[in-house]
Design a binder for this molecule. Structure first.
Ligand code: SF4
Length: 345
């Protein structure tokens, strides 16, 4: 098996092959059609999500020729979008990779167990439903009133890793997006005293699997709009009865408020995560400060603490357009969309 990284961005001809009917290319091949009509806005939105996903896959070398990718599908907007976009990229990618959707039925009360099998069967995607009653375990073990998410996630991870082994998956794809990454960054910054977040690609806890997050560059607001237009059969995420994580909810609200009050701040923060300058931070594990000596050589990146730092062409996110510019470009491409459709974006 050749380890060849996909270069999605170098195929502008195929990028234009975005189905004009919101999935028509796959609809023909896989017998699936979306339940909603398709507007030019929807096509523009899909192109943007595909482009950002392709860029993330390329930047982080997420997919290689011959990969068998287990796509974790919870029934929420993020994982539906992930599967949808990966299917579209698979149809035009220059390398071959397989996708298999996996849902873990945790036996939460009221879980509509027919929805995903019906959806995936109609889509023609190989899938596996793993049924494990982690809900009862968590309820039995965690005292009333205590948060259940930590044990629940640990159990879920262990099960998914085992399923990945059984399915022969080479990668595990999760639906986390740009805002999840930003929220995790601020949670660690505010409450953990660390500069770190969810990486787009990492080795799993057990050291046996590669976990990828192909939507790492995609803003949540795009996924929300895309999922609404696509009409996915969303499964509610509060069936377990757990309280939402208050700190994460606060962080999300803070970021949403920033987007309203300070245009560009969130995008700049996100870009900063891929332009780290270890010499200008305080981690002596990352930079050998003991070796710092005046050698008489002037440095462009010397003591420029408050100077403006442009995005340098060729750096990791230089191709990640300013979202506001992207919006303008998509709006221009979408001229003529109806009033009702315009209100959705
Ligand atoms: S919200 Fe519920 S299902 Fe999700 S991790 Fe927490 S306990 Fe588990």
């Amino acid at each position: 098996m050749t380890a060849q990284t996909i270069e999605f961005r170098k195929r502008p001809d195929t990028a234009e092959a975005v189905p004009a009917a919101g999935g028509a290319d796959l609809a023909g091949r896989r017998g699936f059609s979306r339940p909603t009509g398709t507007s030019r806005r929807q096509v523009a939105l899909e192109k943007r999500i595909r482009r950002l996903t392709g860029m993330a896959i390329e930047h982080f070398a997420m997919i290689e020729d011959g990969d068998r990718i287990m796509v974790c599908l919870s029934g929420g907007k993020d994982s539906y979008t992930l599967l949808d976009i990966l299917l579209k990229l698979q149809a035009v990618a220059p390398v071959r990779f397989e996708l298999i959707a996996v849902n873990l039925d945790q036996k939460q009360p009221g879980f509509p167990e027919h929805i995903l099998p019906e959806y995936l069967t109609a889509l023609g995607v190989p899938f596996h439903i793993e049924t494990q009653d982690t809900y009862s375990i968590v309820k039995r073990v965690v005292p009333e009133g205590k948060t259940t998410c930590s044990l629940c996630s640990r159990l879920r991870r262990g099960i998914l890793y085992r399923v990945a082994d059984e399915l022969g998956a080479t990668k595990i794809a999760l639906g986390h997006h740009r805002d999840d990454i930003l929220e995790t960054f601020f949670l660690n910054l505010f409450h953990g005293g660390k500069l770190k977040t969810m990486p787009p690609k990492l080795v799993s806890d057990d050291g046996r699997h590669v976990v990828i997050r192909p939507l790492a560059y995609v803003p949540e607001r795009d996924i929300e709009k895309y999922a609404a237009l696509a009409g996915y059969p969303i499964i509610p995420c509060n069936l377990c009865g757990s309280q939402p994580n208050l700190k994460r909810a606060e962080t999300k609200a803070m970021l949403r408020q920033w987007e309203k009050d300070f245009p560009g701040r969130v995008e700049s923060t996100f870009r900063a995560m891929s332009q780290v300058v270890p010499t200008h931070l305080l981690d002596h594990g990352l930079n050998d400060f003991a070796a710092v000596r005046a050698d008489g050589v002037a440095r462009e990146d010397g003591d420029t603490a408050f100077d403006a730092m442009p995005v340098v062409p060729g750096t990791a996110l230089a191709g990640l357009d300013d979202p506001m510019e992207m919006d303008a470009a998509d709006d221009a491409a979408d001229d003529g969309a109806g009033e009702d459709e315009a209100g959705l974006i």
